[in-house]
Write a protein of this length. Structure first.
Length: 369
């Protein structure tokens, strides 16, 4: 029988969407056990969370220091699911106690605190990863080798992630999402996903950025953004939005090269559309001729015809984290689990986007290698 990884959960209360997603994904792997948690400072919420997470009430704490003091020897990793702008102080306490960390993306809510986190971890042996779940989709994994083998030199790309969260009448954003801080929540929530895909696909960072954002619904929150990116040999554009009625997390990816193009949509997650420069169009999915990732059965919960989706992406990421941690390989992460510098660079680029948007000028990026 495989040894399970014992977890302490920080944040991710029962009334948060992301908490439920992580709980279901962790349970689906069969490789993790939740030992204790600090979900909230509210005793009532903690009681409800003890039921939700199936933890004994005396294993739920309303203080992180107390959890560490009482439970340090009972868990392997702390899973941090608090809002981005709260994470640095949590990381600091965990790192000072040599505790390994899995964190909800992105690493932090400000570039200053992301750099502080990076410095805290420099020279340490702590295991640290962030969960970018779209990198766990088999079709997303497959796009990377297709770029290398089929489309020639990359010329340009377009990535989009529109949502309707700020205009949909039944939507009730959490309080922390209703006011922007150092980096807009729109960027932390949506653009960070798109940047994780860029880093994974191209293993390259933009050199310059021009960004235009707007707050058309609420003056306190940015709700729409268009960004243009210059790389060494190609260009790209991003659109991410929360004011787009009718759009339900409609991620789309279009990558164009000298020999062909690749298209993928989140609403049709199993299929990759490849077009070559002879006019041929090919649909690539798990029943296609054997490919590097999409033909691997262990990446799918169900058989063909039952599309993998959002939860399955998380399950795959957690399976990969389990294998990585079990090998005690705390430095060399596979490409679909971003390393510490890649996580820092995402925040650096988001910060550059925001500064560019405020002045409507091209900005050079600051990248850490």
């Amino acid at each position: 029988m495989k040894k399970k990884i014992n977890l302490a959960i920080i944040g991710g209360s029962f009334d948060s969407t992301i908490g439920n997603v992580h709980l279901k994904s962790l349970l689906a792997t069969g490789n993790y056990e939740i030992i204790c948690g600090f979900f909230s400072r509210s005793k009532f919420k903690n009681y409800q969370n003890s039921i939700q997470y199936n933890i004994k009430q005396n294993k739920v704490y309303n203080n992180l220091s107390k959890l560490i003091l009482k439970e340090r020897n009972n868990f392997d990793i702390a899973l941090v699911l608090t809002p981005p702008n709260t994470r640095y102080e949590i990381y600091k306490k965990l790192i000072q106690n040599n505790i390994d960390i899995i964190s909800e993306k992105p690493i932090e809510g400000s570039f200053t605190n992301a750099k502080k986190t990076f410095k805290l971890l420099e020279g340490k042996k702590n295991f640290f990863v962030c969960t970018y779940n779209y990198l766990g989709y088999p079709s997303i994994m497959e796009i990377k080798p297709l770029i290398k083998k089929k489309i020639g030199k990359v010329l340009n790309f377009v990535m989009e992630m529109p949502q309707q969260a700020f205009v949909y009448k039944k939507s009730r954003p959490k309080k922390w999402r209703t006011k922007d801080l150092k980096i807009p929540n729109l960027h932390l929530d949506l653009a960070s996903h798109l940047l994780s895909l860029i880093i994974y696909f191209f293993n390259e960072y933009p050199r310059e950025i021009m960004s235009f954002g707007s707050n058309q619904i609420n003056p306190k929150i940015l709700d729409n953004n268009f960004t243009w990116l210059k790389f060494k040999r190609f260009v790209g554009s991003l659109w991410f939005s929360k004011n787009s009625n009718g759009e339900r997390n409609q991620i789309s990816i279009r990558i164009y090269g000298t020999k062909g193009s690749i298209k993928w949509k989140h609403s049709d997650p199993e299929n990759i559309i490849f077009s070559d420069n002879n006019g041929n169009i090919e649909i690539i999915n798990r029943l296609s001729a054997k490919k590097e990732f999409i033909s691997k059965d262990n990446l799918y919960t169900y058989s063909a015809g039952h599309p993998n989706g959002f939860l399955d992406g998380f399950v795959n990421i957690y399976q990969k984290i389990y294998k990585l941690y079990s090998k005690k390989n705390k430095v060399n992460t596979p490409p679909y689990i971003l390393n510490l510098k890649e996580n820092l660079n995402i925040i650096s680029i988001l910060d550059t986007m925001h500064h560019s948007s405020k002045k409507n000028i091209w900005h050079k990026t600051k990248i850490y290698y």
